[in-house]
Design a protein around this ligand. Structure first.
Ligand SMILES: [Mg+2]
Length: 407
């Protein structure tokens, strides 16, 4: 197997850095986020300036106050941090669909599958770091290695604000002098035992037989044995992508007029693409389904080279598929549906078609207005016609039924 390229990226002193961004007077001051000095509770983040006084996250606020009475104590606003965190993962998702969000301010990227897209991993990683810092206004530390353990250890060395890459063949030299407590498998209890054994650095662990580690720490000992040698084949834990997203309408009365049916189809595509955008999904397959008045059901699908999310494109394809299905029919329809499948998450990096930023911005503007004023507040020309029919038919109990997300 070829060497993987795993990137670990971590925002430095996240909460404190956001507070400094919002209130520049805090810059260069010891900032402690988590509560006011007299309050119970602990510091959730300390700025690097505050760390000079020995303050760290998890420390009781009163103790932090004793160490640094002139520190700037802030309660913090979780919703603001969440908004920053969402932008953080959105930016990262532009570079690869293989992403694990480890926490609000920390993520892993696996660039291995994207190798054909990037001339040089090192250059791409530098670019990712620059783009995140420019767009968020926050400093990040980045570690690169052949697996999650090494990438995360590299980030430790990169802090604050740096980038560290573990080069092929240099894994042992890199690990040798690191303190053992940096390994994720080594907690406070294990640290005590290793101290008694006079083991302080990762290199010191190499002399211990696997069986010894296993008898000392059980399964965790196995993990320590492998981690100490830089061996880690764990895949990234990416958020589950649904198999398909579909929307369909069953009419209370069968319909035959093509113009009206296309208006329904436009509406369904609109709802479908709203769901895709919400979940940052792109579809490789678009499928249209119809059910005739005799209950016979037929479908047509199209496989797309570059996956799509845009309403206009998905409707254009659906319309063609629908006309192929319906044009020869002598029957009216009782149902029409549209489905997107073979989904990927995150803006796909296409070699063939540069993506339309204009379309994307239009989509998010439409979502924004609808989120505020309801779906019906904005309709396409085609849907407008449907709206007229609805208001006309409303008294007769015209009903729309829509299907949902299938996992
Ligand atoms: Mg951090």
């Amino acid at each position: 197997m070829s060497r993987r390229c795993i990137v670990h990226i971590d925002i430095d002193a996240f909460f404190a850095a956001v507070e400094e961004l919002l209130d520049p007077s805090l810059k260069g001051k010891p900032v402690i986020v988590g509560g006011l000095p007299h309050e119970r509770g602990v510091a959730s983040t300390a700025s690097y300036e505050a760390r000079k006084y020995g303050i760290h996250s998890g420390m009781p606020l009163r103790k932090a106050y004793q160490l640094c009475p002139h520190g700037r104590f802030i309660r913090g606003n979780y919703q603001v941090y969440q908004a920053f965190s969402r932008s953080f993962s959105e930016i990262l998702s532009r570079y690869t669909p293989d992403m694990e969000v480890a926490s609000l301010d920390e993520a892993y990227l696996d660039l291995t599958r994207c190798r054909p897209l990037y001339a040089s991993f090192s250059r791409t990683v530098r670019e990712i770091k620059q783009v995140v810092e420019r767009e968020l206004g926050l400093a990040v530390s980045v570690g690169v290695g052949p697996n999650k353990t090494l990438a995360k250890l590299a980030t430790n060395l990169a802090k604050p604000g740096g980038l560290f890459e573990v080069q092929p063949g240099e894994e042992e030299a890199f690990l040798k002098d690191l303190r053992i407590e940096l390994l994720p498998g080594i907690g406070p209890k294990a640290q005590v035992i290793f101290r008694m054994l006079n083991i302080h650095k990762i290199g010191d662990l190499w002399g211990l037989p696997r069986a010894t580690l296993r008898s000392l720490f059980g399964l965790n000992g196995e993990a320590i044995y492998l981690q100490a040698r830089g061996i880690d084949s764990r895949p990234l834990v990416t958020a589950a992508v649904p198999k398909s997203v579909s929307r369909e309408t069953t009419f209370l009365e069968d319909l035959w007029e093509q113009r009206l049916l296309l208006a329904h189809l436009a509406y369904l595509c609109d709802r479908l693409t709203l769901a895709l955008r919400k979940d940052r999904l792109f579809a490789h397959i678009v499928e249209v389904k119809v059910r005739y008045s005799d209950f016979k059901t037929e479908g047509r699908r199209r496989l797309l080279i570059s996956p799509l999310q845009e309403m206009g494109e998905i409707f254009r394809i659906s319309r063609e598929l629908f006309i192929e299905l319906f044009s020869g029919s002598r029957l009216s329809l009782r149902l029409v549906g549209v489905k997107a499948s073979d989904l990927v998450r995150g803006r796909p990096l296409s070699l063939f078609e540069p993506y339309s930023e204009r379309q994307e911005r239009l989509g998010s503007a439409v979502d924004h207005v609808r989120g505020k004023y309801g779906f019906g507040s904005l309709l396409t020309v085609r849907e407008r016609m449907l709206d007229e029919v609805y208001s006309f038919e409303r008294n007769r109990g015209f009903v729309l039924k829509t299907a949902s997300l299938t996992k």
